[in-house]
Design a protein around this ligand. Structure first.
Ligand code: FES
Length: 152
């Protein structure tokens, strides 16, 4: 039995085997592993007694669940109207080139996940890039690159 499976089993034991436990289980697994693996999904479905397709429908509906492994650091480039007008797209393209990763994906070394979002709620600081919990306002390719240097 893999280490991951043992720990997922521990999480599963916290909740009764009922369909109502699904969201709680997915939340706990997401926060422990940063994503919900196919193995975890199978174990959860067996436990709560719902079909896999239904669990995937729930997991894809809620943006907070990831079905792919995430990188150590999450980069979110805002492409909402205000940020788009001020060059958000150029920043996203620059990051794709610099990190050699497409948006929505994680770098091969699992260090960064690059996402684009529709608004980070900080339009006055456009263009905005969020790295983990930090906002970079008035972002440029250069300022984002400089920020990322500390992780490399
Ligand atoms: S449009 Fe980018 S923060 Fe609102």
């Amino acid at each position: 039995m893999s280490k991951e499976q043992v720990s997922i089993d521990d999480i599963i034991e916290r909740y009764p085997g009922k369909p109502e436990s699904l969201i709680f289980l997915l939340q706990d697994i997401q926060s422990a592993y940063n994503y919900v693996s196919p193995t975890a999904m199978n174990l959860v479905c067996d436990h709560v007694g719902i079909p896999l397709t239904q669990a995937y429908a729930v997991a894809t509906f809620y943006k907070s669940f990831s079905l792919e492994p995430k990188g150590e650091h999450e980069i979110r480039v805002c492409l909402g109207t205000a940020c788009h007008l001020k060059g958000g797209e150029r920043i996203a393209e620059g990051l794709e080139r610099d990190l050699d990763v497409e948006r929505g994906r994680t770098t091969k070394d699992q260090k960064f996940t690059l996402e684009t979002v529709n608004c980070l709620g900080a339009c006055a600081m456009a263009p905005v890039v969020m790295i983990d919990e930090d906002y970079i306002g008035g972002a440029t390719q250069g300022s984002v690159r400089k920020y990322l240097k500390k992780f490399q």
